[in-house]
Structure formats: structure tokens, C-alpha cells
Design a protein around this ligand. Structure first.
Ligand SMILES: [Zn+2]
Length: 215
């Protein structure tokens, strides 16, 4: 089994790219750490039960428990498979824990793919998002505008911006991402495992570049 780590800032399009890759290749599996955590809690696996305890106390789930969930997942997979890890690791400490989990499962870390997108583009992408509070439809003022400005095409409700998507909040989220992830990028670069891919342009072009980086 092979492991590929997906790295990219909020708004870099990691999730979209991963979905496209998985749809085109049955040996690829997209593993978002958030989904993994929710699933383990729901199924009440030993790691899930432990994680739930931390969550109920309002505490962060320790890195080792997330790594255990990834290990459990790897052990449950038969045959040829490449896991695209999304959301873990985010820090060098997590990367070191993950290394041990991967070795313990007899798997191999292929590379870390970084979707590179300039800050101005990230801010524009995220700050342009609008959502319908009534039916949940999503829009973007530039890339996917509603027919009438500020109004939901589907149900006619007034569109809103999520608090997290305000330009100021976005800048803070990017600053947090950078302070955590820059050392992680250097960590993989130092081991010759970093593949940098330009995350701009048409989605098809981005997906093609990521495929080339994985080949
Ligand atoms: Zn609506």
C-alpha cells in the first residue's frame, strides 16, 4: 500500500482534486481526517471511543489517536491501494507519528503533493463564496454567481457569507496554515518527497498536473 499526502491551504482545491482523482482510478482512496474521525466515532472503534471522550470534554483529539485510525484503516484494506491523506499530517510532529504508523503497517510513503496557490487567489476564492441559509445551495460571486445578485436561484432566499469566509478571517486562517504547514513542507522537501503543483487554472489542468506528479 502507498500513501500520498495532500497539502494545500484552505481554498487550494484539495478536496475537489482528490474527488476527481478517485473518480478516475479505483485503486485510489481519498481519506479526509475529519471524515475518518467521524466514522470511527460512529462505528465506536477503540480509537473512536477514545476520541469521543476527548471531544465530549471539549479537548482536541490527540495526534496519536488520529494516527491509530489511519493505521486501522490501512490494516483493513486488501490489495493494491493508494491512500490520499487529506488533513493529516498538518504539523511535523504529526508527520513523525504518521511515519511510524506507515512503517508499522508495512506501507510506503510515496510523496507529499502541495497544491500551490497564491494568497490573493485563495482570499478571492474563499471570500467570494456565498451560501443559501434556507436550502444550502452554494455560490461564488465570480466563478458561480446566482442569476440575481445576492439571491438564491433555487429558493429565492437572501444569500449569506459564512463567518469563516470573511476576508479578515480568511487572512487569519491562512496565517495559521502557514505557521503550521511551512515546517511540514520543508520536512518533506528535505527528504526529497515533496511534489509542488500549480493549483491555478482549469480544474482539468490541475488534475492532470497532480497525476503527472504522482506518476
Ligand atoms: Zn436557497
Amino acid at each position: 500500500m502507498k500513501i500520498v499526502i495532500l497539502l494545500g491551504a484552505p481554498g487550494s482545491g484539495k478536496g475537489t482534486v482528490a474527488a476527481r482523482l478517485v473518480a478516475a482510478d479505483a485503486t485510489l482512496k481519498h481519506v479526509s481526517s475529519g471524515d475518518l474521525l467521524r466514522d470511527a466515532v460512529k462505528r465506536q472503534t477503540p480509537a473512536g471511543v477514545e476520541a469521543e471522550g476527548f471531544m465530549k470534554r471539549g479537548e482536541l483529539v490527540p495526534d496519536t489517536i488520529i494516527a491509530q485510525m489511519i493505521g486501522d484503516l490501512m490494516k483493513g484494506i486488501q490489495g493494491e491501494c493508494t491512500l490520499l491523506l487529506d488533513g493529516f499530517p498538518r504539523t511535523v510532529v504529526q508527520a513523525e507519528i504518521l511515519d511510524k504508523t506507515i512503517a508499522g503497517c508495512g506501507a510506503e510513503l510515496s510523496c507529499a503533493v502541495l497544491l500551490d496557490v497564491a494568497d490573493e487567489v485563495l482570499v478571492e476564492r474563499i471570500a467570494g463564496r456565498r451560501g443559501c441559509p434556507k436550502c444550502g445551495a452554494g455560490y461564488h460571486i465570480k466563478n458561480l454567481p446566482p442569476k440575481v445578485e445576492g439571491i438564491c436561484d433555487v429558493c429565492g432566499a437572501e444569500l449569506i457569507t459564512r463567518k469563516d469566509d470573511n476576508p479578515e478571517t480568511v487572512k487569519n486562517r491562512l496565517a495559521v496554515y502557514k505557521s503550521q504547514t511551512m515546517p511540514l513542507i520543508d520536512f518533506y522537501k528535505g527528504r526529497g518527497q515533496l511534489r509542488e503543483v500549480a493549483g491555478v487554472g482549469a480544474i482539468d489542468e490541475i488534475v492532470t498536473r497532480v497525476k503527472q506528479a504522482l506518476a
